[in-house]
Design a protein around this ligand. Structure first.
Ligand SMILES: [Zn+2]
Length: 336
């Protein structure tokens, strides 16, 4: 069964078409170029996740970019368990986490020093000003009893997207281009209230190695671990053309809810035969529950638990991912 859809020009250009498939990752292939890609368009799911926290805008943007990266890479895997993108660094934002289940269930959060973020002298701080130096780990957790895999790259470059590109360059020697855009929307509802919600969109393309890209030309015996730079290899003309076209994507095109994903792909790559595959839906999903948190607490000693006591003597725990709070009677843990 052929599940692909040739992207056609029949999307109307005069009427506004609201993309009926928001909160999705759409895989695509540019057949004439042996390039594959993914287009992520999100609104409600990102607003839902960020709305559970009260982060400064610069931190919300980083979390949204990390979520987008996790969703684009995670939907490319045949996951059984969970795919996680996690940074660890020495700056004001010392931790970013985004994870995705095989069903597209997304969640994420940041850990940061609010005073240090507020003290940044610019409204648009760089990645390095926010996170400092550190690393980004990409982990595939295949579930109980199965191997997990992890790749780690330095947290450097000017964006979360650049770190994702770096991962593919170092770990898989796949030339990759990633663009991530996050925007706060001020659409007004019927009562005229601005929603302040978030939208985020991303596009990535990757050269398929069987096309005679540079991967085939490398002697695996002398490729130093993790040090192969894609720029050093001869990239073919198709790849250069695919990149140049992708670089024409304007920020607003990735976050405009009135522009259908198919229209954007058509604009970019119709001359080269672009095909879209069935989209992967994304949704918010956290696995915390009263029983899950209780299980975690049962692994703690009484001294650690003492720090969690509220004024009325109960134990209160807040899930970092979704901000749900769970409340327990300390008696429940006596003797455990
Ligand atoms: Zn939770």
């Amino acid at each position: 069964m052929d599940q692909t859809t040739p992207v056609s020009s029949n999307a109307p250009t005069t009427n506004v078409v609201v993309d009926a498939t928001d909160d999705v990752v759409l895989p695509f292939a540019i057949e004439g170029m042996s390039v594959r890609g993914r287009l992520a368009r999100t609104g409600p799911v990102i607003s839902d996740i960020l709305g559970r926290h009260d982060y400064p805008p610069a931190v919300s943007r980083l979390v949204a970019e990390t979520l987008l990266l996790a969703s684009m890479l995670g939907t490319a895997l045949k996951l059984e368990g969970r795919f996680t993108v996690q940074t660890s660094s020495d700056g004001p934002v010392d931790l970013l986490v985004a994870d995705m289940t095989k069903d597209g269930g997304l969640r994420g959060y940041a850990h940061f020093d609010a005073d240090a973020v507020a003290a940044l002298s610019t409204e648009t701080p760089t990645l390095e000003q926010l996170t400092g130096k550190g690393s980004m780990a990409l982990t595939i957790d295949q579930g109980p009893g199965r191997n997990s895999y992890q790749g780690v790259v330095p947290l450097e470059g000017d964006s979360i997207a650049a770190c994702g590109e770096d991962y593919f360059r170092r770990s898989e020697q796949l030339p990759t281009l990633i663009k991530l855009v996050v925007a706060q929307s001020f659409e007004r509802d019927a009562s005229g209230t601005a929603d302040g919600g978030w939208r985020a969109g991303g596009i990535m393309i990757q050269q398929m190695p069987e096309d005679g890209g540079f991967v085939r030309d490398l002697d695996p015996g002398d490729a130093p671990d993790g040090s192969v730079a894609a720029e050093d290899a001869a990239e073919d003309e198709n790849w250069n053309r695919a990149k140049i076209l992708m670089e024409t994507v304007e920020d607003h095109e990735l976050v405009d809810p009135a522009l259908a994903s198919e229209q954007l792909l058509y604009r970019l790559y119709h001359e080269d035969g672009v095909r879209a595959f069935p989209p992967h839906p994304l949704s918010f999903s956290c696995r915390c529950s009263q029983d899950y948190i209780k299980g975690v607490l049962e692994g703690f000693g009484s001294e650690e638990m003492a720090d969690m006591h509220t004024d009325d003597g109960r134990i209160e725990v807040r899930c970092e991912f979704c901000s749900s709070t769970y409340n327990f009677d300390p008696e429940e843990f006596k003797g455990s």
